[in-house]
Design a protein around this ligand. Structure first.
Ligand code: FES
Ligand SMILES: [Fe+2]
Length: 340
């Protein structure tokens, strides 16, 4: 017996488990797109830096003493050591921990202690390799070799969030999660609400699931749902190609970056932003963060066990729901197009 051929079907399992295919995605998707790094305010002070991983590439942004924000590969030009540890901090001198080469804040190689004589070596030939930075509505983006402008990549997002005062929201909390699944296993899951009854029973109670709507268009997936009383959600969840999300709730929002660190490992980097930072609202802010993180965690188990089934060889592509999973097909179509 052969299964009937549905009009929309899931990706072949090899897309989720093949290391060579992941290598192609790194080049065709992650190297060539902008990556959302959270609030630009985290780099407000002179000498503040943020060092990140983007699908294996190590990059950092640094606010100079002159106030300019610069961005480089976090790779020493000598023998390739990482200059700055991952995360945010303050950097007085950009000195490689390995052999103490020192770089100026504009990336120029400044000192090469104890190097010895070599007439054919010119320090000026060895600046740090530059990356790219952009800002949109208070959010910082970095790219290795972006092929289009940030605004082009954002597609319909600016219009979608135009009524929300994003710049007035302040990030009060950052949370990171590690998941043992391919980045697409998680993304497929994020862009559909079809799994809400099965995986998020608590969430199901506060939304009007019958009227849950999913729209995929021009670089984003928008999910909306009418809310029941007692909900702390804003009823609007957005995912943007290739790998970030923005969800609004009353008086704030959260953003996340879905960053693969291997074919079957993915980091999620969340920020929670609020308009009202008053002490009286602290309990409510903490509750919003906790409830949202609880929902994020509820997805891990199902993504990880699905990933194991993809890896087992027992899965052949199944049909996608025309009511709820057009968005999954949209995302997967963009992945396939990028890999062509
Ligand atoms: S690798 Fe950086 S100084 Fe040697
Ligand atoms: Fe979910």
């Amino acid at each position: 017996m052969f299964a009937s051929k549905p009009s929309l079907s899931n990706l072949d399992a090899r897309y989720y488990v093949d290391p060579a295919l992941f290598g192609r995605e790194r080049q065709a998707i992650f190297r060539t797109h902008w990556h959302m790094l959270g609030p630009i305010l985290q780099l407000k002070e002179p000498r503040a830096y943020l060092a990140v991983d983007v699908a294996g590439w190590k990059l950092f942004a640094l606010r100079g003493r002159d106030g300019l924000l610069r961005r480089f590969h976090n790779v020493c030009r000598h023998r390739g050591a990482r200059l700055l540890g991952e995360g945010a901090g303050k950097c007085q001198t950009l000195r490689c921990p390995y052999h103490h080469w020192v770089y100026a804040e504009d990336g120029a190689l400044q000192q090469v202690p104890f190097f010895g004589e070599d007439d054919s070596f010119d320090q000026r030939d060895w600046p740090l390799q530059a990356a790219q930075l952009a800002e949109w509505r208070g959010l910082l983006f970095i790219a290795i070799d972006a092929q289009i402008s940030l605004l082009e990549q954002l597609g319909d997002l600016p219009e979608e969030v135009e009524p929300y005062p994003l710049e007035s929201y302040v990030a009060v909390e950052a949370k990171s999660f590690l998941m043992r699944s391919n980045w697409k296993t998680y993304t497929d899951n994020f862009v559909e609400g079809y799994h809400i009854p099965g995986i998020h029973p608590g969430f199901m109670k506060v939304i009007d699931f019958k009227n849950f709507e999913t729209v995929a268009r021009n670089g984003l997936v928008r999910m909306t749902s009418p809310q029941k009383s007692g909900s702390i959600y804003g009823g609007k969840w957005l995912w943007m190609w290739p790998n970030w999300t923005l969800s609004v709730f009353p008086g704030g929002m959260n953003t996340s970056r879905i960053n693969p660190i291997g074919v079957d490992s993915t980091h999620l980097h969340y920020h929670f932003y609020f308009a009202d930072l008053s002490a009286e609202m602290e309990t409510s802010r903490l509750e919003t963060i906790e409830v949202n993180c609880g929902i994020v965690r509820e997805d891990f188990g199902i993504c990880e066990s699905t990933q194991l089934n993809y890896a087992s060889g027992a899965y052949s592509p199944g049909p996608l729901s025309p009511r709820h999973e057009q968005s999954v097909a949209y995302f997967q179509g963009k992945v396939k197009a990028a890999l062509m």
